[in-house]
Design a protein around this ligand. Sequence first.
Ligand code: FAD
Length: 572
Amino acid sequence: MDKIVSLTPSFSVSPQISVSDVGIIAAQGFRSIISNRPDNETQDQPITAAIAAAAQRVGVGFHHLPVTSGNIRDEDVSAFAEMLRTVKGPVLAYCRTGTRAASLWALSEAHRLDPAAILKTAKAAGYELDALRPRLEARWSSAVKPDSRRSVAAYDVIVVGGGAAGISVAAGLLRRRPDLSLAILEPADKHYYQPGWTLVGAGVFARAKTERAMSALMPKGARWIRAAVSGFAPEENAVIIEDGERLGYRALVVCPGLKLDWNAIEGLRDTLGKNGVTSNYMFDMAPYTWQLVQELKGGRALFTQPAMPIKCAGAPQKAMYLSCNHWSRQGVLPNVEVEFNAAGPVLFGVQHFVPPLMKYVERYGIKLAFGSDLKAVDGAARKAWFDVKGADGSTRRIEKSFDMIHVCPPQTAPDVIRSSPLADKAGWLEVSQETLQHPRFGNIFGLGDVCSAPNAKTAAAVRKQAPVVADNVVSVLAGRGPQSIYDGYGSCPLTVERGKIILAEFGYGGKLLPTFPALIEPTEPSRLAWFLKEKMLPSIYFDLMLKGREWLAHPQRLPHEPQPHEASRPPN
Ligand code: FAD
Protein backbone atom coordinates (compact mmCIF):
# COMPACT_ATOMS: atom_id res chain seq x y z
CA MET A 1 0.00 0.00 0.00
CA ASP A 2 1.97 2.98 -1.21
CA LYS A 3 -1.04 5.26 -1.51
CA ILE A 4 -1.70 6.01 2.18
CA VAL A 5 -0.72 9.46 3.43
CA SER A 6 -0.77 10.68 7.05
CA LEU A 7 -2.49 13.92 7.98
CA THR A 8 -1.85 13.43 11.69
CA PRO A 9 -0.03 10.66 13.55
CA SER A 10 -3.39 8.96 14.13
CA PHE A 11 -5.28 9.79 10.94
CA SER A 12 -4.44 8.91 7.33
CA VAL A 13 -6.27 8.92 4.03
CA SER A 14 -6.00 6.96 0.81
CA PRO A 15 -7.69 6.47 -2.53
CA GLN A 16 -9.99 3.46 -2.97
CA ILE A 17 -8.62 0.32 -1.32
CA SER A 18 -9.15 -3.26 -2.43
CA VAL A 19 -10.04 -6.33 -0.38
CA SER A 20 -6.45 -7.55 -0.63
CA ASP A 21 -5.16 -4.22 0.77
CA VAL A 22 -6.97 -4.74 4.07
CA GLY A 23 -4.41 -7.19 5.53
CA ILE A 24 -1.57 -4.77 4.72
CA ILE A 25 -3.51 -1.91 6.31
CA ALA A 26 -3.93 -3.98 9.48
CA ALA A 27 -0.22 -4.85 9.44
CA GLN A 28 0.62 -1.14 9.24
CA GLY A 29 -1.11 -0.70 12.58
CA PHE A 30 -4.44 0.86 11.57
CA ARG A 31 -7.22 -0.08 13.98
CA SER A 32 -10.18 1.40 12.03
CA ILE A 33 -11.11 2.01 8.41
CA ILE A 34 -13.70 4.57 7.30
CA SER A 35 -15.17 4.48 3.80
CA ASN A 36 -16.49 7.83 2.58
CA ARG A 37 -17.60 6.49 -0.77
CA PRO A 38 -21.17 5.56 -1.73
CA ASP A 39 -21.51 2.15 -3.39
CA ASN A 40 -21.78 1.90 -7.16
CA GLU A 41 -20.04 5.19 -8.02
CA THR A 42 -17.98 3.50 -10.72
CA GLN A 43 -17.97 0.07 -12.27
CA ASP A 44 -14.47 -0.88 -11.07
CA GLN A 45 -15.32 -0.09 -7.45
CA PRO A 46 -15.08 -3.00 -4.95
CA ILE A 47 -18.24 -3.65 -2.94
CA THR A 48 -18.06 -1.96 0.45
CA ALA A 49 -19.48 -5.02 2.22
CA ALA A 50 -16.59 -7.13 0.91
CA ILE A 51 -14.05 -4.67 2.37
CA ALA A 52 -15.99 -4.56 5.64
CA ALA A 53 -15.88 -8.37 5.83
CA ALA A 54 -12.13 -8.42 5.13
CA ALA A 55 -11.60 -5.82 7.88
CA GLN A 56 -13.61 -7.89 10.32
CA ARG A 57 -11.46 -10.95 9.53
CA VAL A 58 -8.27 -9.12 10.54
CA GLY A 59 -9.77 -7.42 13.59
CA VAL A 60 -9.92 -3.89 12.16
CA GLY A 61 -13.06 -1.78 12.75
CA PHE A 62 -14.96 -0.73 9.60
CA HIS A 63 -17.33 2.25 9.31
CA HIS A 64 -19.24 3.54 6.33
CA LEU A 65 -20.04 7.24 6.04
CA PRO A 66 -20.76 7.81 2.33
CA VAL A 67 -20.65 11.40 1.05
CA THR A 68 -21.22 12.69 -2.43
CA SER A 69 -18.32 14.33 -4.22
CA GLY A 70 -18.58 18.13 -4.10
CA ASN A 71 -21.49 18.02 -1.64
CA ILE A 72 -20.17 17.52 1.89
CA ARG A 73 -22.93 18.63 4.25
CA ASP A 74 -22.47 19.94 7.79
CA GLU A 75 -24.20 16.84 9.16
CA ASP A 76 -21.63 14.68 7.33
CA VAL A 77 -18.86 16.65 9.02
CA SER A 78 -20.47 16.24 12.45
CA ALA A 79 -20.93 12.51 11.91
CA PHE A 80 -17.32 12.18 10.75
CA ALA A 81 -16.02 14.13 13.77
CA GLU A 82 -18.03 11.89 16.09
CA MET A 83 -16.62 8.82 14.34
CA LEU A 84 -13.05 10.05 14.76
CA ARG A 85 -13.77 10.72 18.41
CA THR A 86 -15.16 7.27 19.13
CA VAL A 87 -13.46 4.71 16.88
CA LYS A 88 -10.11 3.13 17.71
CA GLY A 89 -7.10 4.85 16.15
CA PRO A 90 -4.99 5.03 14.09
CA VAL A 91 -7.71 5.53 11.47
CA LEU A 92 -7.53 5.22 7.69
CA ALA A 93 -10.30 6.94 5.71
CA TYR A 94 -10.73 6.48 1.97
CA CYS A 95 -12.91 7.48 -0.98
CA ARG A 96 -12.19 7.37 -4.72
CA THR A 97 -9.11 9.63 -4.57
CA GLY A 98 -8.89 10.40 -0.84
CA THR A 99 -10.04 14.01 -1.34
CA ARG A 100 -13.45 13.59 0.29
CA ALA A 101 -11.86 11.83 3.27
CA ALA A 102 -9.24 14.60 3.57
CA SER A 103 -11.96 17.27 3.23
CA LEU A 104 -14.07 15.69 5.97
CA TRP A 105 -11.03 15.63 8.24
CA ALA A 106 -10.23 19.27 7.43
CA LEU A 107 -13.78 20.47 8.14
CA SER A 108 -14.04 18.40 11.32
CA GLU A 109 -10.79 19.93 12.64
CA ALA A 110 -11.71 23.52 11.74
CA HIS A 111 -13.24 24.31 15.12
CA ARG A 112 -9.85 23.87 16.78
CA LEU A 113 -7.14 24.30 14.17
CA ASP A 114 -6.25 27.41 12.24
CA PRO A 115 -7.45 27.03 8.60
CA ALA A 116 -3.96 27.92 7.36
CA ALA A 117 -2.47 25.04 9.38
CA ILE A 118 -5.12 22.62 8.07
CA LEU A 119 -4.58 23.60 4.44
CA LYS A 120 -0.81 23.41 4.86
CA THR A 121 -1.05 19.92 6.38
CA ALA A 122 -3.37 18.69 3.63
CA LYS A 123 -1.17 20.20 0.92
CA ALA A 124 1.94 18.55 2.36
CA ALA A 125 0.08 15.25 2.09
CA GLY A 126 -0.80 15.94 -1.55
CA TYR A 127 -4.36 17.26 -1.16
CA GLU A 128 -5.10 20.76 -2.43
CA LEU A 129 -8.19 21.81 -0.45
CA ASP A 130 -8.10 25.56 -1.02
CA ALA A 131 -11.73 25.53 -2.21
CA LEU A 132 -12.72 24.72 1.38
CA ARG A 133 -11.06 27.85 2.81
CA PRO A 134 -14.29 29.92 3.26
CA ARG A 135 -15.98 27.04 5.12
CA LEU A 136 -12.90 26.39 7.23
CA GLU A 137 -12.65 30.06 8.16
CA ALA A 138 -16.35 30.25 9.01
CA ARG A 139 -16.03 27.23 11.30
CA TRP A 140 -12.82 28.51 12.90
CA SER A 141 -14.22 31.96 13.69
CA SER A 142 -17.56 30.70 14.96
CA ALA A 143 -15.74 28.28 17.27
CA VAL A 144 -13.35 30.91 18.56
CA LYS A 145 -15.49 34.03 18.92
CA PRO A 146 -18.06 33.20 21.61
CA ASP A 147 -15.44 32.84 24.37
CA SER A 148 -11.90 33.44 23.26
CA ARG A 149 -10.54 32.46 26.69
CA ARG A 150 -11.82 28.93 26.04
CA SER A 151 -10.45 28.82 22.52
CA VAL A 152 -8.15 26.07 21.46
CA ALA A 153 -4.61 27.08 20.73
CA ALA A 154 -2.89 24.54 18.54
CA TYR A 155 0.78 23.62 18.96
CA ASP A 156 2.88 21.18 17.05
CA VAL A 157 4.08 19.83 20.40
CA ILE A 158 2.89 20.26 23.97
CA VAL A 159 5.24 19.16 26.77
CA VAL A 160 3.60 18.53 30.15
CA GLY A 161 6.06 19.33 32.96
CA GLY A 162 9.18 21.48 33.06
CA GLY A 163 11.33 19.24 35.24
CA ALA A 164 14.46 17.38 34.20
CA ALA A 165 12.54 15.54 31.49
CA GLY A 166 10.36 18.35 30.15
CA ILE A 167 13.11 20.94 29.72
CA SER A 168 15.56 18.40 28.23
CA VAL A 169 13.15 17.00 25.69
CA ALA A 170 11.81 20.43 24.70
CA ALA A 171 15.36 21.70 24.15
CA GLY A 172 16.18 18.57 22.13
CA LEU A 173 13.06 18.98 19.98
CA LEU A 174 13.80 22.64 19.24
CA ARG A 175 17.40 21.80 18.33
CA ARG A 176 16.08 19.28 15.82
CA ARG A 177 13.22 21.44 14.53
CA PRO A 178 13.60 25.14 15.49
CA ASP A 179 10.43 25.87 13.50
CA LEU A 180 8.19 23.83 15.82
CA SER A 181 5.49 25.62 17.77
CA LEU A 182 6.10 24.12 21.20
CA ALA A 183 4.53 24.89 24.57
CA ILE A 184 5.68 23.69 27.99
CA LEU A 185 2.92 23.46 30.59
CA GLU A 186 4.52 23.89 34.01
CA PRO A 187 2.93 25.56 37.04
CA ALA A 188 6.07 25.93 39.21
CA ASP A 189 8.34 28.96 39.05
CA LYS A 190 11.35 27.04 40.42
CA HIS A 191 13.21 24.09 38.91
CA TYR A 192 15.15 21.73 41.18
CA TYR A 193 18.28 19.69 40.59
CA GLN A 194 17.05 16.92 42.87
CA PRO A 195 20.15 14.68 42.57
CA GLY A 196 21.95 17.40 44.55
CA TRP A 197 19.70 16.98 47.59
CA THR A 198 21.66 13.93 48.82
CA LEU A 199 24.74 16.15 49.00
CA VAL A 200 22.76 18.96 50.69
CA GLY A 201 21.73 16.43 53.35
CA ALA A 202 25.42 15.62 53.88
CA GLY A 203 26.61 19.23 54.10
CA VAL A 204 28.48 19.06 50.76
CA PHE A 205 26.20 21.35 48.71
CA ALA A 206 24.36 24.48 49.76
CA ARG A 207 20.63 24.13 49.11
CA ALA A 208 20.66 27.15 46.77
CA LYS A 209 22.91 25.30 44.36
CA THR A 210 20.03 22.96 43.52
CA GLU A 211 17.40 25.61 42.73
CA ARG A 212 17.00 27.74 39.59
CA ALA A 213 14.29 30.05 38.30
CA MET A 214 12.13 28.12 35.82
CA SER A 215 12.14 31.12 33.49
CA ALA A 216 15.94 30.91 33.18
CA LEU A 217 15.79 27.31 31.96
CA MET A 218 13.00 27.55 29.38
CA PRO A 219 14.53 26.69 25.99
CA LYS A 220 14.65 29.49 23.42
CA GLY A 221 11.65 29.12 21.13
CA ALA A 222 9.47 27.33 23.70
CA ARG A 223 6.34 29.01 25.02
CA TRP A 224 6.02 28.58 28.79
CA ILE A 225 2.38 28.32 29.87
CA ARG A 226 2.38 28.60 33.61
CA ALA A 227 -0.42 26.19 34.42
CA ALA A 228 -0.90 22.60 35.52
CA VAL A 229 -2.58 20.08 33.26
CA SER A 230 -5.78 18.81 34.86
CA GLY A 231 -6.94 16.36 32.21
CA PHE A 232 -6.19 14.66 28.91
CA ALA A 233 -8.49 14.25 25.87
CA PRO A 234 -6.25 12.13 23.63
CA GLU A 235 -8.99 11.33 21.11
CA GLU A 236 -9.32 15.06 20.51
CA ASN A 237 -5.56 15.70 20.62
CA ALA A 238 -6.08 18.12 23.49
CA VAL A 239 -5.02 18.68 27.09
CA ILE A 240 -7.13 20.51 29.61
CA ILE A 241 -5.48 23.00 31.92
CA GLU A 242 -6.48 24.12 35.39
CA ASP A 243 -8.90 26.85 34.32
CA GLY A 244 -10.70 24.49 31.93
CA GLU A 245 -9.05 25.77 28.77
CA ARG A 246 -8.24 23.13 26.16
CA LEU A 247 -5.03 23.23 24.20
CA GLY A 248 -4.61 21.26 20.99
CA TYR A 249 -1.45 19.52 19.81
CA ARG A 250 -0.12 17.37 17.01
CA ALA A 251 2.17 15.50 19.39
CA LEU A 252 2.15 15.38 23.18
CA VAL A 253 5.06 14.65 25.53
CA VAL A 254 3.97 13.77 29.06
CA CYS A 255 6.51 14.18 31.86
CA PRO A 256 5.03 15.59 35.10
CA GLY A 257 7.27 13.43 37.31
CA LEU A 258 5.77 11.43 40.16
CA LYS A 259 3.81 12.14 43.34
CA LEU A 260 5.53 11.97 46.71
CA ASP A 261 2.72 10.71 48.93
CA TRP A 262 3.63 12.32 52.27
CA ASN A 263 0.04 11.86 53.48
CA ALA A 264 0.29 8.07 53.16
CA ILE A 265 2.24 8.04 56.45
CA GLU A 266 0.05 9.04 59.35
CA GLY A 267 1.34 12.00 61.33
CA LEU A 268 4.30 12.65 59.02
CA ARG A 269 3.20 16.00 57.59
CA ASP A 270 2.72 17.48 61.09
CA THR A 271 6.18 16.62 62.27
CA LEU A 272 8.38 16.83 59.19
CA GLY A 273 11.20 19.30 59.78
CA LYS A 274 11.08 19.05 63.57
CA ASN A 275 11.38 16.45 66.35
CA GLY A 276 14.22 14.68 64.52
CA VAL A 277 12.05 13.84 61.47
CA THR A 278 13.57 14.66 58.10
CA SER A 279 13.78 13.71 54.42
CA ASN A 280 16.18 14.47 51.58
CA TYR A 281 13.21 14.04 49.23
CA MET A 282 12.14 17.64 49.97
CA PHE A 283 14.15 20.72 49.01
CA ASP A 284 13.33 22.53 52.29
CA MET A 285 14.13 19.52 54.40
CA ALA A 286 17.55 18.39 53.13
CA PRO A 287 19.47 20.99 55.22
CA TYR A 288 17.60 19.72 58.31
CA THR A 289 19.03 16.23 57.60
CA TRP A 290 22.54 17.68 57.82
CA GLN A 291 21.64 19.60 60.99
CA LEU A 292 20.34 16.41 62.65
CA VAL A 293 23.35 14.38 61.56
CA GLN A 294 25.72 16.93 63.06
CA GLU A 295 23.75 17.15 66.31
CA LEU A 296 23.36 13.41 66.90
CA LYS A 297 26.04 12.02 69.22
CA GLY A 298 24.25 8.83 70.20
CA GLY A 299 20.87 7.07 70.17
CA ARG A 300 18.86 5.48 67.42
CA ALA A 301 18.75 6.63 63.79
CA LEU A 302 16.13 5.08 61.51
CA PHE A 303 16.23 5.28 57.70
CA THR A 304 13.17 4.18 55.74
CA GLN A 305 12.46 3.07 52.20
CA PRO A 306 8.93 2.46 50.83
CA ALA A 307 7.81 -0.08 48.22
CA MET A 308 9.28 0.32 44.74
CA PRO A 309 9.19 2.04 42.34
CA ILE A 310 10.62 5.24 43.77
CA LYS A 311 12.79 7.91 42.23
CA CYS A 312 16.48 7.29 42.75
CA ALA A 313 16.06 3.96 44.52
CA GLY A 314 19.46 4.39 46.15
CA ALA A 315 18.72 7.78 47.75
CA PRO A 316 17.39 6.45 51.09
CA GLN A 317 20.57 4.44 51.69
CA LYS A 318 22.82 7.19 50.30
CA ALA A 319 21.53 9.42 53.11
CA MET A 320 22.27 6.63 55.57
CA TYR A 321 25.83 5.87 54.42
CA LEU A 322 26.83 9.55 54.38
CA SER A 323 25.37 10.03 57.88
CA CYS A 324 27.21 6.96 59.17
CA ASN A 325 30.41 8.19 57.58
CA HIS A 326 30.08 11.53 59.38
CA TRP A 327 29.38 9.81 62.73
CA SER A 328 32.34 7.52 62.10
CA ARG A 329 34.65 10.48 61.41
CA GLN A 330 33.37 12.17 64.58
CA GLY A 331 34.01 8.98 66.58
CA VAL A 332 30.37 8.70 67.68
CA LEU A 333 29.21 5.88 65.38
CA PRO A 334 29.60 3.21 68.12
CA ASN A 335 26.99 5.18 70.14
CA VAL A 336 24.48 5.30 67.28
CA GLU A 337 22.20 2.38 66.55
CA VAL A 338 21.49 2.65 62.80
CA GLU A 339 18.62 0.73 61.25
CA PHE A 340 17.51 0.53 57.62
CA ASN A 341 13.79 -0.27 57.31
CA ALA A 342 12.85 -1.22 53.75
CA ALA A 343 9.40 -2.30 52.63
CA GLY A 344 10.96 -4.57 50.00
CA PRO A 345 13.02 -7.73 50.41
CA VAL A 346 16.44 -6.58 49.11
CA LEU A 347 19.06 -3.89 49.74
CA PHE A 348 19.31 -2.87 46.06
CA GLY A 349 17.39 -4.08 43.01
CA VAL A 350 20.45 -4.87 40.86
CA GLN A 351 22.26 -7.83 42.39
CA HIS A 352 25.78 -6.79 41.18
CA PHE A 353 25.79 -3.92 43.67
CA VAL A 354 24.58 -5.77 46.74
CA PRO A 355 27.94 -7.33 47.83
CA PRO A 356 29.88 -4.01 47.77
CA LEU A 357 27.01 -2.27 49.58
CA MET A 358 26.90 -5.06 52.19
CA LYS A 359 30.56 -4.30 52.99
CA TYR A 360 29.50 -0.80 54.01
CA VAL A 361 26.46 -2.09 55.93
CA GLU A 362 28.86 -4.26 57.96
CA ARG A 363 31.50 -1.55 58.30
CA TYR A 364 28.96 0.93 59.70
CA GLY A 365 27.19 -1.74 61.84
CA ILE A 366 23.81 -1.08 60.19
CA LYS A 367 20.91 -3.33 61.16
CA LEU A 368 18.80 -4.31 58.13
CA ALA A 369 15.03 -4.70 58.51
CA PHE A 370 13.44 -5.90 55.25
CA GLY A 371 9.67 -6.15 54.78
CA SER A 372 9.34 -3.27 57.25
CA ASP A 373 7.05 -0.53 55.91
CA LEU A 374 6.70 2.82 57.71
CA LYS A 375 3.03 3.59 58.42
CA ALA A 376 2.90 6.26 61.12
CA VAL A 377 5.11 8.73 62.96
CA ASP A 378 4.63 10.64 66.20
CA GLY A 379 7.49 13.13 66.21
CA ALA A 380 6.83 14.59 69.66
CA ALA A 381 6.88 11.10 71.20
CA ARG A 382 9.85 10.10 68.96
CA LYS A 383 8.04 6.96 67.87
CA ALA A 384 7.42 5.33 64.49
CA TRP A 385 5.23 2.38 63.51
CA PHE A 386 6.04 -0.16 60.82
CA ASP A 387 3.99 -2.92 59.20
CA VAL A 388 6.33 -5.88 59.24
CA LYS A 389 5.70 -8.94 57.11
CA GLY A 390 6.19 -12.33 58.75
CA ALA A 391 7.43 -15.43 56.93
CA ASP A 392 3.84 -16.81 56.99
CA GLY A 393 2.57 -13.74 55.08
CA SER A 394 0.95 -12.14 58.13
CA THR A 395 1.59 -8.48 59.00
CA ARG A 396 2.34 -7.11 62.45
CA ARG A 397 2.53 -3.46 63.45
CA ILE A 398 5.77 -2.77 65.31
CA GLU A 399 6.65 0.36 67.28
CA LYS A 400 10.18 1.73 67.18
CA SER A 401 11.60 4.70 69.02
CA PHE A 402 14.10 7.04 67.38
CA ASP A 403 16.30 10.05 67.97
CA MET A 404 16.42 10.80 64.26
CA ILE A 405 14.42 9.37 61.36
CA HIS A 406 15.08 9.94 57.64
CA VAL A 407 11.89 9.17 55.72
CA CYS A 408 11.55 8.36 52.04
CA PRO A 409 7.82 8.74 51.28
CA PRO A 410 5.72 6.28 49.23
CA GLN A 411 5.55 7.29 45.56
CA THR A 412 2.84 6.97 42.92
CA ALA A 413 1.98 8.38 39.53
CA PRO A 414 0.45 11.89 39.75
CA ASP A 415 -3.36 11.82 40.23
CA VAL A 416 -3.91 13.53 36.86
CA ILE A 417 -2.18 10.59 35.16
CA ARG A 418 -3.74 7.87 37.32
CA SER A 419 -7.23 9.08 36.43
CA SER A 420 -6.49 9.58 32.72
CA PRO A 421 -6.94 7.30 29.71
CA LEU A 422 -3.15 7.33 29.38
CA ALA A 423 -2.49 5.26 32.53
CA ASP A 424 -1.59 1.60 32.80
CA LYS A 425 -3.21 -0.64 35.42
CA ALA A 426 -0.84 0.58 38.13
CA GLY A 427 -1.56 4.23 37.29
CA TRP A 428 1.75 5.06 35.55
CA LEU A 429 1.88 6.63 32.10
CA GLU A 430 1.82 3.66 29.76
CA VAL A 431 4.66 3.66 27.23
CA SER A 432 6.53 1.18 25.11
CA GLN A 433 9.72 0.62 27.10
CA GLU A 434 11.84 0.97 23.96
CA THR A 435 10.27 3.75 21.87
CA LEU A 436 8.60 5.52 24.85
CA GLN A 437 5.50 5.90 22.67
CA HIS A 438 2.05 5.41 24.14
CA PRO A 439 0.66 2.06 22.94
CA ARG A 440 -2.83 3.38 22.23
CA PHE A 441 -2.19 6.98 21.14
CA GLY A 442 0.60 7.10 18.58
CA ASN A 443 1.24 10.85 18.89
CA ILE A 444 1.79 10.69 22.67
CA PHE A 445 5.17 9.98 24.28
CA GLY A 446 6.39 9.95 27.85
CA LEU A 447 9.66 10.09 29.73
CA GLY A 448 10.99 10.62 33.22
CA ASP A 449 9.60 9.42 36.52
CA VAL A 450 5.97 9.22 35.35
CA CYS A 451 6.57 6.37 32.90
CA SER A 452 5.57 2.74 33.22
CA ALA A 453 8.91 1.60 31.72
CA PRO A 454 10.83 -0.52 34.25
CA ASN A 455 14.02 1.59 34.26
CA ALA A 456 15.53 3.24 37.35
CA LYS A 457 13.64 6.52 37.82
CA THR A 458 16.59 8.92 37.68
CA ALA A 459 17.73 12.10 35.95
CA ALA A 460 20.41 9.91 34.40
CA ALA A 461 17.63 7.91 32.71
CA VAL A 462 16.08 11.16 31.47
CA ARG A 463 19.42 12.14 29.90
CA LYS A 464 19.17 9.05 27.67
CA GLN A 465 15.40 9.13 27.18
CA ALA A 466 15.13 12.74 26.00
CA PRO A 467 16.98 12.18 22.68
CA VAL A 468 14.88 9.06 22.03
CA VAL A 469 11.61 10.94 22.55
CA ALA A 470 12.81 13.99 20.59
CA ASP A 471 13.81 11.77 17.64
CA ASN A 472 10.56 9.84 17.76
CA VAL A 473 8.30 12.88 18.06
CA VAL A 474 9.97 14.50 15.06
CA SER A 475 9.58 11.25 13.18
CA VAL A 476 5.89 10.89 14.02
CA LEU A 477 5.22 14.52 13.08
CA ALA A 478 6.71 13.73 9.69
CA GLY A 479 4.29 10.83 9.28
CA ARG A 480 6.78 8.08 10.07
CA GLY A 481 6.96 5.66 12.98
CA PRO A 482 9.37 5.90 15.93
CA GLN A 483 13.01 5.59 14.90
CA SER A 484 14.99 5.55 18.17
CA ILE A 485 15.25 3.05 20.96
CA TYR A 486 15.90 3.47 24.70
CA ASP A 487 17.95 0.70 26.35
CA GLY A 488 16.69 1.28 29.90
CA TYR A 489 19.84 3.10 31.06
CA GLY A 490 19.65 4.60 34.54
CA SER A 491 22.27 5.48 37.07
CA CYS A 492 22.48 5.71 40.82
CA PRO A 493 25.68 7.19 42.27
CA LEU A 494 25.73 5.38 45.62
CA THR A 495 27.52 7.72 48.01
CA VAL A 496 28.94 5.10 50.36
CA GLU A 497 31.30 7.51 52.09
CA ARG A 498 32.30 11.15 51.76
CA GLY A 499 34.66 11.17 48.76
CA LYS A 500 33.72 7.74 47.35
CA ILE A 501 30.87 6.50 45.19
CA ILE A 502 29.83 3.15 43.78
CA LEU A 503 28.57 4.32 40.40
CA ALA A 504 25.69 1.97 39.62
CA GLU A 505 24.86 2.29 35.91
CA PHE A 506 22.54 -0.30 34.43
CA GLY A 507 19.81 -0.91 31.86
CA TYR A 508 16.80 -3.15 31.50
CA GLY A 509 17.15 -6.47 33.25
CA GLY A 510 19.97 -5.13 35.46
CA LYS A 511 22.49 -5.22 32.60
CA LEU A 512 25.59 -3.22 33.57
CA LEU A 513 26.05 -0.19 31.28
CA PRO A 514 29.12 1.68 32.59
CA THR A 515 29.85 4.93 30.75
CA PHE A 516 33.56 4.95 31.58
CA PRO A 517 34.46 1.26 32.06
CA ALA A 518 38.20 1.90 31.67
CA LEU A 519 38.17 4.60 34.38
CA ILE A 520 35.54 3.55 36.89
CA GLU A 521 35.06 -0.07 37.98
CA PRO A 522 31.25 -0.36 38.18
CA THR A 523 30.98 -2.23 41.48
CA GLU A 524 33.92 -0.63 43.35
CA PRO A 525 33.85 2.55 45.47
CA SER A 526 35.55 5.23 43.38
CA ARG A 527 37.02 8.68 44.08
CA LEU A 528 36.68 9.63 40.44
CA ALA A 529 32.95 8.82 40.57
CA TRP A 530 32.62 11.16 43.58
CA PHE A 531 34.44 13.89 41.65
CA LEU A 532 32.03 13.31 38.76
CA LYS A 533 29.00 13.63 41.05
CA GLU A 534 30.21 16.63 43.03
CA LYS A 535 32.02 18.67 40.39
CA MET A 536 30.76 17.60 36.97
CA LEU A 537 27.21 16.27 37.06
CA PRO A 538 25.52 19.57 38.03
CA SER A 539 27.04 21.23 35.02
CA ILE A 540 26.31 18.23 32.76
CA TYR A 541 22.71 18.61 33.94
CA PHE A 542 22.26 22.37 33.60
CA ASP A 543 24.63 23.18 30.73
CA LEU A 544 24.27 20.10 28.53
CA MET A 545 21.16 18.06 29.27
CA LEU A 546 18.70 20.90 29.87
CA LYS A 547 20.03 22.69 26.80
CA GLY A 548 19.45 19.70 24.52
CA ARG A 549 23.19 19.02 24.11
CA GLU A 550 23.08 15.25 24.04
CA TRP A 551 26.55 14.32 25.21
CA LEU A 552 27.13 10.53 25.33
CA ALA A 553 23.41 10.05 24.88
CA HIS A 554 22.93 9.18 21.21
CA PRO A 555 20.22 6.56 20.98
CA GLN A 556 20.21 3.37 19.03
CA ARG A 557 18.24 3.83 15.80
CA LEU A 558 15.98 1.46 13.95
CA PRO A 559 16.79 0.83 10.29
CA HIS A 560 14.95 3.38 8.13
CA GLU A 561 12.14 1.98 6.00
CA PRO A 562 10.37 3.88 3.25
CA GLN A 563 7.16 5.35 4.66
CA PRO A 564 3.78 5.86 3.05
CA HIS A 565 4.14 9.62 2.63
CA GLU A 566 7.56 9.16 0.97
CA ALA A 567 6.13 6.90 -1.72
CA SER A 568 4.49 8.13 -4.87
CA ARG A 569 0.70 8.25 -5.08
CA PRO A 570 -1.65 8.63 -7.99
CA PRO A 571 -3.19 12.04 -8.64
CA ASN A 572 -6.71 12.70 -7.36
P1 FAD B 1 10.73 16.17 37.91
O1 FAD B 1 12.14 16.61 37.68
O2 FAD B 1 10.29 15.91 39.30
O3 FAD B 1 9.81 17.27 37.22
C1 FAD B 1 8.41 17.14 37.11
C2 FAD B 1 7.85 18.53 36.74
O4 FAD B 1 6.48 18.39 36.35
C3 FAD B 1 7.90 19.50 37.90
O5 FAD B 1 8.51 20.71 37.51
C4 FAD B 1 6.42 19.70 38.26
O6 FAD B 1 6.13 21.01 38.75
C5 FAD B 1 5.75 19.45 36.92
N1 FAD B 1 4.34 19.02 37.05
C6 FAD B 1 3.81 18.22 37.99
N2 FAD B 1 2.49 18.06 37.78
C7 FAD B 1 2.19 18.77 36.66
C8 FAD B 1 0.98 19.00 35.94
N3 FAD B 1 -0.18 18.46 36.31
N4 FAD B 1 1.02 19.79 34.85
C9 FAD B 1 2.20 20.34 34.43
N5 FAD B 1 3.37 20.16 35.09
C10 FAD B 1 3.37 19.38 36.20
N6 FAD B 1 18.61 11.06 39.72
C11 FAD B 1 19.87 10.77 39.27
O7 FAD B 1 20.05 10.59 38.07
N7 FAD B 1 20.94 10.67 40.11
C12 FAD B 1 20.81 10.89 41.44
O8 FAD B 1 21.80 10.82 42.16
C13 FAD B 1 19.52 11.21 41.94
N8 FAD B 1 19.35 11.44 43.26
C14 FAD B 1 18.14 11.85 43.73
C15 FAD B 1 18.00 12.13 45.07
C16 FAD B 1 16.80 12.58 45.58
C17 FAD B 1 16.67 12.89 47.04
C18 FAD B 1 15.70 12.76 44.70
C19 FAD B 1 14.39 13.29 45.23
C20 FAD B 1 15.80 12.45 43.37
C21 FAD B 1 17.02 11.98 42.86
N9 FAD B 1 17.17 11.64 41.52
C22 FAD B 1 18.43 11.30 41.04
C23 FAD B 1 16.00 11.49 40.66
C24 FAD B 1 15.77 12.62 39.65
O9 FAD B 1 15.79 13.86 40.29
C25 FAD B 1 14.43 12.41 38.95
O10 FAD B 1 14.41 11.10 38.42
C26 FAD B 1 14.21 13.41 37.83
O11 FAD B 1 14.12 14.70 38.37
C27 FAD B 1 12.96 13.06 37.05
O12 FAD B 1 12.64 14.06 36.14
P2 FAD B 1 11.11 14.37 35.75
O13 FAD B 1 11.14 15.50 34.81
O14 FAD B 1 10.43 13.11 35.38
O15 FAD B 1 10.44 14.83 37.11
